[in-house]
Ligand binder design. Structure first.
Ligand code: GTP
Ligand code: MG
Length: 460
């Protein structure tokens, strides 16, 4: 995106989705927003109207009536961008919408770039960078959890916590720099033990945020779950059960699934991408089946969670081989023993405890499927990170936090080793810089801004 574009331009875009809808909203922002709309709206002089008011009337060019519209007026500085904004709600035909866009442009507005409205909001101090980015996340959010984290960020909780810490650290930086001015006198303005406490506190917070990224990432991008196991263990049956749909072919012929099948299911607001794979066995000469098996292995290695599905009623020999192979991924594996219904019939009543062993399920029983869903959810939402806490979802923030952490550790070591204030000041400044990068408190590279706002949809 070319950021040297003039901020004094008045920009326009369709704010609602492309295509036919009941209504469409065209949004204009900039110094000439009102003047441009006035030229098309003879009914009233909008410049004389109060902010945050609605006006009904005909939108006209010299030659034709464009539509009967409702105009929303938001005057600077009380608007989303901080500039004058006019929102024209028109009828939702694509023809009407493009006619109005054309007319607005012919009066001197320019088509907005993706994210340009939000970028202006940021540049005009209406929100900080972390908040601006969460606008894009909010638009893209397709689950309850994703919406919740984006909303938390948009409301600024995250930025506030970081800014508070940053402010305190800034004080110390100033004091240490003051010491440098009085170097000859050997004074200490910045209390080292207080600084140590602050750094400790800061590091704890940053570690929490960095730790939360894993959860933030799954909320945004979903969790990949690979179902691995011997042929006929019931992997496809489990997939179908989780999806509540006959998606994969199920049969009692070993080697039914040859290619992988991936489908998404929403469990309590988090998207799980369930991957059914070809059953793994050693002794097959079928080339296609072998290719499928190879693929299963690769997918399991990449998955966030691996369900190793055992056939509780079957032969466990091959399971040991799979178990061996899964050892390096132990933390990600959930062992489930399928076809418990057969055992439940065979076992007598005294074995009732054995039947309730965790992990024994029947992929054909809805009650057990619900248990599996709960297990998957718990595996992701562990106790360390709660949904209410601030969650980092953005890789740019994660990188900045990691860099800040490094600098803070350097400050911490510096205090322990009693290094000079001049060296410490450099590390503190560096930490401040990285924290500032998240909320946009520092001069950001124009390219970085371009990438951030370029990801938005046009009209936001
Ligand atoms: N009794 C019982 N049978 C089951 C259960 N789950 C699956 N089956 C049966 O086991 C057989 C194999 O099921 P699939 O789901 O096709 O097994 P798979 O693991 O996908 O097999 P491949 O695709 O060949 O690797 C089918 O006849 C299923 O009906 C269960 O919980 N109980
Ligand atoms: Mg299958």
């Amino acid at each position: 995106m070319n950021l040297s574009l003039n901020l004094s331009d008045t920009i326009v875009a369709l704010a609602t989705a492309q295509g036919v809808g009941a209504i469409g909203v065209i949004r204009i922002s900039g110094a000439k927003a009102i003047q441009i709309t006035n030229a098309l709206f003879p009914h009233k002089n909008l410049a004389l109207q109060q902010s945050h008011t609605l006006h009904v009337g005909l939108l006209k060019t010299k030659d034709e009536i464009l539509d009967e519209v409702v105009i929303g007026l938001f005057k600077s500085p009380s608007s989303y961008t901080g500039e004058d904004i006019v929102e024209i709600s028109c009828h939702g035909s694509t023809f009407v919408q493009s006619k109005i866009l054309e007319a607005v442009i012919s009066q001197g507005a320019r088509l907005a770039l993706p994210g340009e409205f939000t970028q202006r909001a940021f540049l005009n101090g209406k929100m900080d960078l972390a908040q601006a980015e969460s606008v894009a996340d909010l638009i893209a959010a397709n689950t309850r959890a994703a919406r919740q984290t984006a909303l938390n960020q948009l409301r600024g909780g995250y930025s506030k916590a970081l800014n508070d810490l940053r402010e305190q650290l800034l004080n110390f930086a100033a004091l240490i720099e003051l010491e440098l001015d009085f170097a000859e006198e050997d004074v200490e303005f910045a209390n080292r033990s207080q600084l140590e406490k602050l750094i400790h506190n800061f590091l704890e917070n940053i570690n929490l945020l960095i730790h939360s990224f894993q959860l933030g990432n799954v909320i945004k991008n979903g969790v990949a779950v690979a179902i691995i196991g011997q042929p006929n263990a019931g992997k496809s049956t489990l997939l179908n059960g989780l999806l509540n749909e006959e998606r994969a072919i199920v049969s009692n012929i070993a080697g039914t699934t040859r290619d992988t099948i991936e489908e998404a299911v929403n469990i309590r607001g988090i998207i799980f991408r369930i991957i059914d794979t070809a059953g793994i066995r050693d002794h097959t000469t079928d080339t296609i089946e072998n290719l499928g098996i190879e693929r299963s292995r690769l997918l399991a290695e990449k998955a966030d969670i691996i369900i190793h599905l055992h056939d509780a009623a079957g032969n466990i020999e091959d399971d040991l081989k799979i178990e061996n192979w899964l050892k390096p991924f132990a933390g990600r594996v959930i062992d489930l023993y399928n076809k418990a219904d057969i055992l439940r019939k065979e076992w007598d009543k005294e074995d009732i405890d054995g039947l309730l062993k965790p992990g024994y399920i029947s992929a054909k029983e809805p009650g057990d499927i619900a248990l599996v869903k709960e297990m998957l959810y718990q595996k992701v939402i562990n106790e360390d990170v709660s949904m209410e806490q601030t969650i980092v979802t953005n890789t740019r923030h994660l990188e900045a936090l990691k860099q800040a952490r490094q600098s803070l550790i350097a400050v911490k070591n510096g205090i322990e080793q009693n290094i000079g204030g001049d060296l410490m000041a450099v590390d503190i400044r560096r930490a401040l810089h990285y924290i500032g990068e998240i909320t946009g408190r520092v001069e950001l590279d124009r390219d970085i801004l371009g990438t951030i706002f370029g990801k938005f949809c046009i009209g936001k």
